[in-house]
Write a protein that binds this ligand. Structure first.
Ligand code: UGA
Length: 426
C-alpha cells in the first residue's frame, strides 16, 4: 500500500519506517526542510535504538522516501497518516494548530478517496472535528474516511513496540474502512480493538493516565515506606506477583517525565474540566509527581545543610534511558533546583550534552565525578549500573550517592565506602 506519513517526529518516523519494513511504500513528509535533507542524507535526527539501520535499509530498497512535497505525496497515496505534535498550551490543553494546518493543507489536494489516519494524541472529539472540518471545506464524505489510530510507542523501544504491539486501537466512523486498516497492519500479530473515534482517543489518554497513576501511586507508597524504614523494592515485588496488578510500572523514584505523560495528564484534566468534571485522581497523580523531587533534595540537604560551592554531579539527563529526549526530564528539574543553591553542578549522559551551562557536561563518566561531593543518578542508563564503584569512590571527594531510580544495589556502594541514599531503600 502507498502511505503518506505527515510529521517525521519520533512517532511519524518510527511508524513510517516500520510500515516500509512491512513492505508498504512510504512517503514521510515534514515541513522542516533541514530535517528532510538530513534524513535524505541517511542521518536520523533522533536517537532511537534500531531506527537508523531500518531507515537506511528501506530507503535503499526504495520503500521509504523523505520529502517536503505534500501535494505529490498526498496525490500518490490513498492512505494519509498524520503524526504531528500536539504540545501543551499554557492552560494544559494540547495545541492542535499543527493538526489544523495539516488538515487545511491536505484538504486542497484530495481528489480521490483517502483514508486519513490520525496518530497524534488528541482530546476526545478532535477526530470528529477533523471529519466535520473536511466536510465544511467542501469535500464530499465519500472522498475520505477518518480513522483514529493512537500509538503506544515508548521512546527508547519505539521500533520494537511498533513491530510487536499488544493491541492495535482503531476508531472509525464507517466500518468499511476496517478492511484497509487490517491490510495496513497485516504483518502485525496483535488483536484489533475497534471502537468509535472518541473511544480510540479516550483509550490513548486513559492508558497513559493509568500508567502515570501507577508510578505516582508507587511514589506515594515509597514516601510512607521511607518513614517506616521499609524497602519499596520488597513492596513492589510483593505487588507484582498479583496478576491483577502486574509487574510493570511499579518503579518508584524521581517520577515520570517525557513528552507524553505530563502533557497527556494535563490534556485529560483539561478535557474533563471542559465538561465540569473535576478529575481528582489525575490532579493528585500530577501533584505527587511534581513534589517527588523535593524528597531527594531534602535528602541531599540532610547531608549538606548548604550546597554553596559543593560539587554535585548528575548522571543521566534524558527523561529515561535509551533516548536523547530531555522534555520534562526530572534530571533537568533537579538541576534547576540545584542551580538556585549555589552548587557547582556537573553532569554526564551517554547521549545528551546540554548546550547551556550549568551543568558542565562531561564526555567521560569518570571525569564527571572527579572531586565531586555528591553524585545523583537521575536516569537508569544501563551504563550506570556497570561502573567501577571502587574507581568512583577514589575519584569522588565526598561519598554520597543518591539513587533517583532505585536501580543500584546498595551493597555495591557500601563495600566501596560510598553512602547509598534512596527513598525507601533502607
Ligand atoms: C509513554 C507510554 O509508555 C507509551 O505507551 C506511549 O505511547 C507514550 O508515552 C506516548 O504517549 O507517546 P514514554 O513517555 O516514551 O511512553 O516512556 P515510558 O517508558 O512510559 O516512561 C515515562 C516516564 O515514566 C519516564 O520518565 C520513566 O522514567 C517513568 N517511569 C516509568 C517511572 O518513573 N517508573 C516506572 O515504573 C516506569
Amino acid at each position: 500500500m502507498r502511505v503518506c506519513v505527515i510529521g517525521a517526529g519520533y512517532v511519524g518516523l518510527t511508524t513510517g519506517t516500520v510500515l516500509a519494513e512491512f513492505g508498504h511504500e512510504v512517503y514521510c513528509i515534514d515541513r522542516d526542510e533541514a530535517k528532510i535533507n538530513l534524513l535524505n542524507r541517511g542521518a536520523i535526527p533522533i536517537y532511537e535504538p534500531g531506527l537508523t539501520e531500518m531507515v537506511m535499509r528501506n530507503k535503499k530498497q526504495k520503500k521509504l522516501y523523505f520529502t517536503t512535497n505534500t501535494i505529490e505525496a498526498v496525490n500518490k497515496c490513498p492512505i494519509i497518516l498524520i503524526a504531528v505534535g500536539t504540545p501543551p498550551c499554557t492552560d494544559g490543553s494540547p495545541n492542535l494548530t499543527y493538526l489544523e494546518n495539516v488538515i487545511d493543507e491536505i484538504s486542497k489536494y484530495i481528489s480521490s478517496h483517502k483514508t486519513i489516519i490520525i496518530k497524534s494524541t488528541v482530546p476526545p472529539g478532535t477526530n470528529e472535528w477533523v471529519d466535520e472540518a473536511l466536510h465544511k471545506k467542501g469535500l464530499k464524505r465519500n472522498l475520505y474516511d477518518i480513522v483514529s489510530n493512537p500509538e503506544f510507542l515508548r521512546e527508547g523501544s519505539a521500533v520494537s513496540d511498533m513491530l510487536h504491539p499488544d493491541k492495535i486501537v482503531v476508531g472509525v466512523k464507517r466500518p468499511e474502512v476496517i478492511k484497509t486498516m487490517q491490510l495496513l497492519y497485516q504483518n502485525i500479530n496483535a488483536p484489533f480493538i475497534f471502537t468509535t473515534l472518541n473511544g480510540a482517543e479516550m483509550i490513548k489518554y486513559a492508558s497513559n493516565a493509568f500508567l502515570a497513576t501507577k508510578i505516582s501511586f508507587m511514589n506515594e507508597i515509597a514516601r510512607i515506606c521511607d518513614a517506616y524504614n521499609v524497602d519499596i523494592k520488597d513492596v513492589a515485588l510483593g505487588l507484582s506477583t498479583d496478576p491483577r496488578i502486574g509487574s510493570l510500572f511499579l518503579n518508584s523514584g524521581l517520577g515520570f517525565g517525557g513528552s507524553c505523560f505530563p502533557k497527556d495528564l494535563q490534556a485529560l484534566e483539561h478535557a474533563a474540566k471542559q465538561k465540569n468534571i473535576i478529575p481528582e485522581i489525575l490532579i493528585a497523580v500530577q501533584n505527587v509527581n511534581t513534589t517527588q523531587i523535593n524528597l531527594y533534595i531534602d535528602k541531599l540537604l540532610q547531608e549538606f545543610p548548604s550546597l554553596k560551592n559543593k560539587k554535585i554531579t548528575v548522571w543521566g539527563l534524558s527523561f529515561k534511558p535509551n533516548t536523547d529526549d530531555t522534555r520534562y526530564s526530572k534530571a533537568l528539574s533537579l538541576i534547576e533546583h540545584l542551580k538556585t543553591s549555589g552548587a557547582d553542578i556537573h553532569a554526564y549522559d551517554p547521549i545528551v550534552t546540554l548546550n547551556s551551562s550549568p551543568p558542565i557536561c562531561h564526555k567521560d563518566i569518570y571525569e564527571s565525578i572527579e572531586n565531586t561531593d555528591a553524585l545523583i543518578i537521575a536516569t537508569e542508563w544501563d551504563q550506570f549500573s556497570k561502573v567501577d564503584w571502587k574507581k568512583v569512590s577514589e575519584l569522588m571527594r565526598g561519598n554520597i550517592v543518591i539513587d533517583g531510580r532505585n536501580f543500584i544495589e546498595p551493597y555495591l556502594l557500601k563495600r566501596n565506602n560510598l553512602k547509598y541514599i534512596g527513598v525507601a531503600r533502607p
